[in-house]
Design a binder for this molecule. Structure first.
Ligand code: UDP
Length: 497
């Protein structure tokens, strides 16, 4: 895509200045920072908001943009707002239990005032903010944009289906038929195909919503504000979620959706994306190089926040031992793996690696030896696997993960379920072993070649979407045009291109 060109000399016309507001959770920050990289390299000037706890995550973006000479990204680090519902020191989803996620959303909204003042101080300067691009957990940025008289654009870290489900819940506030029954179905008549999900599979944010409660109402307002934004940008692509993108979702109030994904950079550009890795991408890839057969290793991760429950970890570890499947398990620093498991795996040649800390996930998924991914179905992981042509073994736990798993298994045919039980149930280790075996085990005959082939097709479609002229490429260009067309100040006068 051509960079935005001015009709005057580049000194006279400053690139449009966009305020980017990520939400402090890795699964939210990573894709919005990826998108910010795309916007900056297309000529926009960005200020990205962070707090002391999240500022380090901006480093790869700031370095990439200054080293490629554009230097258009700056960080604005503000103190995390205090809030009575949030214990002092909790400043990101990573260091808080899921029960505090609602309070975190409401507390973070305290940035609305300081950001408004910051933007107003610049309103008559060349630094004037032309638009706000904010994560969907920062819905308050939409009324802030309206107050400032500039467009507000919502970034969804979920897919369109997942976003539609979440916003439908907060818009309609449906209750379950039987308040004691977690299996009670909640229908979504406002979505294509009118899906229904058991109560326990809905986002915890919604399940803990209590009418009249301050924090609950703050969260609800947050998501309703998103529906006032001028566009909704999602890390997805047309061919992946055609059914949900084709319907305008107007009933829901999602007026216009721009599908710009997958936004993750090539592994070379992924660097220390999301955190300092416990093992370098080069070391991990060198280990994977030993596997001559393409697609013969399974990658396992349950995302940036989920700590696997001990019985779940035990079932998965036992299944891996039983099948003899080779694996990379990005277990995080605290996953409760069974005693002796890591030592046994370390002593068996070419069996498996357990990564205790942050893993270079994109590099691992892009390695030709990795063919399957046991995943909790966080949307970033899904898109990263899709882009890499890696088939998924789904084990959703919470948030939008059940919606994503249904899309992958039932609609796209690019995944096989491990468990639908989420946090409530533990699958039998033998059942997990059977799933692994059918997918990737030599003794299982790799019977799920159809699913692996479908994953490769999706990867080709993802590559076409982001390639020049592809659907996501065009929608990203539309987003850049929209952000760039806002009036800008030059020597005291407003101009636009
Ligand atoms: N991730 C990573 N290394 C890890 C764990 C996670 O790079 O050890 C990245 C992963 O590639 C993805 C994000 O963190 O980009 C996790 O987002 P996702 O939506 O999959 O799940 P969440 O963490 O939000 O539940």
């Amino acid at each position: 895509m051509a960079a935005i060109r001015s009709r005057r000399s580049s000194n006279a016309l400053m690139a449009p200045h966009v305020l980017v507001v990520p939400y402090p959770a890795q699964g939210h920050m990573i894709p919005l920072l990826d998108l910010a990289g795309h916007l900056a390299s297309r000529g926009l000037r960005l200020t990205v908001v962070a707090t002391p706890a999240t500022a380090a995550l901006l480093a790869p973006l700031l370095t990439a943009q200054s080293s490629n000479g554009t230097g258009k990204v700056s960080a604005l680090v503000l103190p995390f707002p205090s809030h009575p519902a949030l214990p002092a020191g909790v400043e990101s989803a990573r260091d808080s239990p899921p029960t505090l996620f609602a309070a975190l959303i409401v507390a973070f909204a305290g940035l609305r005032g300081p950001l408004g003042s910051w933007a107003r101080e610049r309103s008559d300067t060349p630094d004037r903010v032309a638009a706000i691009l904010a994560d969907h957990s920062c819905g308050w940025a939409q009324p802030l944009a309206a107050e400032l008289g500039i467009p507000g654009i919502v970034f969804s870290p979920s897919g369109v289906y997942g976003s539609a489900v979440l916003h439908s819940l907060f818009r309609r506030a449906p209750r379950r038929d039987d308040e004691t029954d977690d299996e009670s179905l909640v229908g979504f008549p406002d979505l294509p195909g009118s899906p229904a999900f058991p109560w326990r599979q809905l986002s915890l944010l919604y399940r803990t919503y209590k009418e009249g409660d301050d924090v609950s109402e703050g969260v609800r307002r947050n998501f309703l504000w998103n529906l006032e934004g001028s566009a909704f940008v999602s890390n997805t692509f047309r061919r992946l979620e055609e059914r949900y993108l084709r319907a305008p979702l107007a009933d829901l109030g999602l007026r216009r959706v721009l599908a710009v994904g997958p936004v993750a950079p090539e592994p070379d550009g992924a660097g220390e994306r999301g955190g300092e890795t416990a093992v370098s991408a080069a070391e991990l890839c060198a280990w994977l190089d030993r596997f001559p057969e393409d697609g013969s290793v399974v990658y396992i991760s349950f995302g940036s926040m989920a700590v696997l429950q001990p019985p779940h970890a035990a079932a998965l570890a036992a299944a891996l031992e039983r099948t003899g499947v080779s694996f990379v398990w990005a277990a995080g620093p605290t996953a409760p793996l069974p005693d002796g498991f890591e030592a046994r795996m370390a002593s068996a040649a070419d069996r498996g690696i357990v990564i205790r800390g942050w893993a270079p996930q994109v590099a691992a998924l892009r390695h030709r030896a990795v063919g399957w991914f046991v995943t909790h179905c966080g949307w970033n992981s899904v898109l990263e696997a899709v882009a890499a042509g890696v088939a998924m073994l789904t084990w959703p736990m919470t948030a939008d993960q059940f919606v994503n798993a249904r899309l992958l298994v039932d609609e796209l045919g690019a995944a096989v379920p491990v468990s639908w039980g989420g946090l409530k149930a533990t699958p039998d280790a033998d059942d997990v072993a059977r799933v692994l075996d059918a997918a990737i085990g030599v003794s299982g005959g790799r019977r799920r070649g159809d699913v692996a082939a479908r994953a490769k097709e999706l990867a080709a479609e993802a590559a076409a979407a982001v390639g020049e002229g592809g659907d996501s490429w065009r929608e990203l260009e539309e987003l850049v045009r929209e952000l760039a067309s806002q009036p800008r100040t030059i020597a005291g006068s407003d101009i636009s291109i």
